[in-house]
Design a protein around this ligand. Structure first.
Ligand SMILES: Nc1nc2c(ncn2[C@@H]2O[C@H](COP(=O)(O)OP(=O)(O)OP(=O)(O)O)[C@@H](O)[C@H]2O)c(=O)[nH]1
Ligand SMILES: [Mg+2]
Length: 330
C-alpha cells in the first residue's frame, strides 16, 4: 500500500511526539480536535505517521454514575501506577454540555495528585459535539498519547447515554464502578452497561460502608453470573474498593493485568482491536458524510422547512430526501 507522504511539518511533529514532549503532545491534540479541513488532513497524516508507535498501552475504560468516584479512583490508581514507573494518560468522553470550562478545573482538582505528576497527562473531553465526533477525537488522542510513551490509558465516561459503548469500543478493559447500597442499586445500573463490564468495583467501601459494599458486591456477583460473559476466557470479577483511602486498588489493577495476560494469550486483544479499528473507520466515515448536513448553510436553513412540510404531510419524505440529496449534490 502506498501512503501519500505527509507534509514535512507533520513528520517533525511526529518525531517530537515520540520524544514524549508534553507541550508538543498538547499541541498535536489541539490539531486533532480542530474542525478545519486542512488541519483534519494534517491530523490524519499525523496518526498515520505514528501508527507503528501505537497500541502498546493498557487501555482501560471507566464508567459509573455521576459522583461514584471515577475521578478519585483514576487519581489513586494513576498515582500508584506512576509510582510503579508507568506513564499514565487520562482522557474522557463526555459529549453532553454538562461540562463547561469550570468543571474541567473541578476534574483537575479531583485528580490533584495526578495533575501534578510529571508522568501523568490529563486531557479533558473534547468540547461537546455528537458522541461519534467526541469519541473519534478521544480515540485519536489515545493513539497520540501511546506514541508519546504513555503505557496506561484511562478513559473516564459518565454513565449516561451511549458513551459507555463508545468507550468500551476504544479500550481493552471496561471497569464499571458502583456504589454500596441495597438491592435496588442493581436496577440502577443499566443492564447494557453490566454486559460490557470486565469488572465491577463497588467503590466507597470505607467507614460505615464496608459491610454494605460487600453485600452489594455479592449481589452484583450473582447478577453477573447469569449474564453470558464477553469473553470465554474471562469471568468478570466483582471487587470492593475505596478510591479515597486506596484500599483494594492494587488488587483491582492485578485483575486488569490478569485479564490482559489471558486475552493476549488467547489472541482476543488483537482480534478485538482489529474489529475496533474497522468500526472506527466506519464511524468516522459516517461523521464525515453527515458533516455537510450539519455545516452546509443553505441546507441548514432549508431543513426546518423540509421537516415541517414532512410533518404536516405537505411533502412526502421521499421527495424531501430528493431535495436534500440535490442540495448535497449526491
Ligand atoms: N468515602 C468515599 N468517598 C469517595 C470515594 N471515592 C470518591 N469519593 C467522593 O465522592 C465524590 C465524587 O467523586 P468523583 O471522583 O468526583 O466522582 P466521579 O464519578 O468522577 O463524578 P463525575 O465526574 O461528576 O461523574 C467526591 O466528594 C469524592 O471525594 C471513596 O472511595 N470513599
Ligand atoms: Mg469525574
Amino acid at each position: 500500500m502506498v501512503t501519500p507522504s505527509p507534509p514535512p511539518d507533520v513528520e517533525r511533529l511526529a518525531r517530537d511526539i515520540r520524544t514524549g514532549d508534553r507541550t508538543v503532545l498538547s499541541r498535536a491534540i489541539t490539531l486533532i480536535e480542530s474542525k478545519r479541513a486542512d488541519h483534519r488532513r494534517s491530523a490524519a497524516a499525523l496518526t498515520q505517521a505514528l501508527l507503528r508507535d501505537t497500541g502498546k498501552a493498557v487501555r482501560v475504560g471507566i464508567t459509573g454514575a455521576p459522583g461514584v468516584g471515577k475521578s478519585t479512583l483514576i487519581d489513586t490508581l494513576g498515582s500508584m501506577l506512576t509510582g510503579h514507573g508507568r506513564k499514565v494518560a487520562v482522557l474522557a468522553v463526555d459529549p453532553s454540555s454538562r461540562r463547561t470550562g469550570g468543571s474541567i478545573l473541578a476534574d483537575k482538582t479531583r485528580m490533584a495528585q495526578l495533575a501534578n505528576d510529571a508522568n501523568a497527562f490529563i486531557r479533558p473531553s473534547p468540547a461537546s459535539g455528537t458522541l461519534g465526533g467526541v469519541a473519534a477525537k478521544t480515540r485519536e488522542t489515545m493513539l497520540l498519547c501511546e506514541a508519546a510513551g504513555y503505557d496506561v490509558i484511562l478513559v473516564e465516561t459518565v454513565g449516561v447515554g451511549q458513551s459507555e459503548v463508545a468507550v468500551a469500543d476504544m479500550t481493552d478493559f471496561f471497569l464499571v464502578l458502583a456504589l454500596p447500597g441495597a438491592g435496588d442499586e442493581l436496577q440502577a445500573l443499566k443492564k447494557g452497561v453490566v454486559e460490557l463490564a470486565d469488572m465491577i468495583a463497588v467503590n466507597k467501601a470505607d467507614g460505615d460502608n464496608v459491610a454494605r459494599a460487600k453485600l452489594a458486591a455479592s449481589q452484583y456477583g450473582a447478577a453477573l453470573h447469569i449474564l453470558s460473559p464477553r469473553s470465554p476466557n474471562w469471568s468478570p470479577p466483582v471487587v470492593t474498593c475505596s478510591a479515597l483511602k486506596g484500599d483494594g486498588i492494587e488488587a483491582l489493577w492485578r485483575h486488569i493485568l490478569d485479564h490482559r495476560e489471558r486475552l493476549i494469550a488467547s489472541g482476543e486483544i488483537a482480534a478485538r482491536r482489529g474489529e475496533q479499528q474497522v468500526k472506527w473507520m466506519w464511524t468516522m466515515l459516517e461523521e464525515r458524510l453527515f458533516e455537510p448536513l450539519r455545516s452546509g448553510r443553505a441546507l441548514k436553513a432549508a431543513l426546518p422547512r423540509l421537516e415541517a412540510d414532512v410533518a404536516a404531510g405537505r411533502l412526502a419524505p421521499a421527495t424531501a430526501v430528493e431535495e436534500i440529496a440535490a442540495m448535497l449534490k449526491l
